[in-house]
Design a protein around this ligand. Sequence first.
Ligand SMILES: Cc1cc2nc3c(=O)[nH]c(=O)nc-3n(C[C@H](O)[C@H](O)[C@H](O)COP(=O)(O)OP(=O)(O)OC[C@H]3O[C@@H](n4cnc5c(N)ncnc54)[C@H](O)[C@@H]3O)c2cc1C
Length: 534
Amino acid sequence: MEFDVVIAGGGFAGAHAARALVKALGREEATRRVALVAERNVLVFHPMLAEVAGASLSPADVVNPLRHYCRGVTVLQGAVRAVDLAARTLTVDGGRFTRDQTIGFRHLAITLGSITDLSRVPGMAEHGWPLKSVADALRLRAAVINRMEEANLVADERVRARLLTFVVVGGGYTGVEVAGQIHDLLHEAKRFYTRLRDEHIRVALVHGHKQLLAEIGPKLGDYTARVLRERGIELYLETRVAEATASRVVLADGRAIETHTIISTIGNAPSPVVLDVARQLGLETERGRLPTEPTLRVKGQRELWAAGDCAATPWNDRGEVKTAPPTAQLAQRAGTQLGANLARVLRAEAEGAGAAEIDARLRPFTHRYLGQLASIGARQAVAEVLGFHFRGFFAWWMWRTIYLAKLPGVMRRLRVTIDWTFEAIFRRDISVVLPPPDETMRAIHLEPGEPMARRGEPVRAVGYVRRGRLEARAEDGSAAEIAEGQVVDQTWADAEGRWRADLVATESSDLTLFRGRALELFTGELRLAPRGAR
Ligand SMILES: Cc1cc2nc3c(=O)[nH]c(=O)nc-3n(C[C@H](O)[C@H](O)[C@H](O)COP(=O)(O)OP(=O)(O)OC[C@H]3O[C@@H](n4cnc5c(N)ncnc54)[C@H](O)[C@@H]3O)c2cc1C
């Protein structure tokens, strides 16, 4: 399978590049010559994911099928595993039955965005909930509601307090918006939980810098902090998270917040595919982004292009030339420009134009910055539009109006209008429709003193110590060490399938737990305890 143009990545930049090509070439030619390779067959409207997590919007509202939105190009669903620049091929993993598909290209446009890497904070990858996809938003929504359900059931006050504490890490757009949404969801839902009406629900936001929403300026950042505090959201500014475990967040200054729910909005990292392309070219990246020329061609390349979060593109912002920031607004505009330039190249090539003539036809990336908006919950928002600052209800109304207009597709806009109208009149939906996760294997992080399990508890999992050290403390006072590379298995269980020792970390430790079917296979005989949601 070979195409003149392959666009890798179906996000804001990729989808808009594809649309620009269809517009310029027409559907018939675009279908033959252009392929869009996308991991999922939908374009996700990220700015509204926090609303899905907070049950203001349904998941279908924030996605648009690429086959509809980019009609005309050949859409191929699959994850790009490797790019071979010398052979001009992509290796694409389409799923269980189509692992290694090869797609040839003449021009390649890289629009792969970024990935989330939570591994820089110990325990965050194991215990932090990311918010990058619709599935993340739905899992987070289900987790928040399930915490309320468990808190409503449990008698132990300390456990209940932990269940009712929600920690958001990161005070950029996503962190602020998700903190506001979750706070609204919890406080609206609380009155339906008869045993929680008088309980204090904590939402805390931990941010490494002094200023929230650094992108939008200090005035609106201060205003945001004030509004969040007034609504009871605890702010930990200029504070970094040092460690995350199943039951707490440890801050760099030594304080700890006991919680079972950590939402991580930090950890944006470059796609490994992008880093590998830079390596093949011997090109230095700008913080993991491929440097491009203003035409969106990768620096020094004629048939390699890049746009969006994975590209460092020079941008003339009102006379000041800087690197385009990683935002949806700029990715969309850059994608359109990339598609239009590629169409110019294809046309010029067909006319037999030489390199200098082709170059002369290309247009540089330009974009008039319109501003930024962030909704902060409780029908409040902050906005900087065309240099003017807005805040409060009016800014929130603007936020909704502008994002509604930006949503791809008329049908989505109608659905969102209906959902927002329903949300204003009716209650948020607190039904959990996701099945409990069937996690047969799971990674956990323990701090010194934290237990993997307590004596007398039923054996629900066995563990492999990947890093660190545990101690098994039996009732008779004897203790045995379980070191790195060893397993915490049924030798520590009694005949009834209960632990006969406290299994406690003596140093910072990472374990892999085997549960459900994996536990059965591991032990061969132990009976399973009922599975529950995470
Ligand atoms: C929760 C959240 C909220 C946000 N809110 C805002 C906001 O309010 N305002 C704003 O301007 N920006 C916001 N952003 C940032 C904005 O979404 C990004 O800047 C924008 O999506 C960048 O577009 P892109 O096309 O470069 O990347 P993306 O839109 O991320 O698209 C990349 C695409 O490539 C796909 N992909 C990745 N790797 C592979 C692979 N190996 N093979 C195949 N496909 C692959 C991904 O699945 C994705 O579809 C938000 C981001 C998030 C996560």
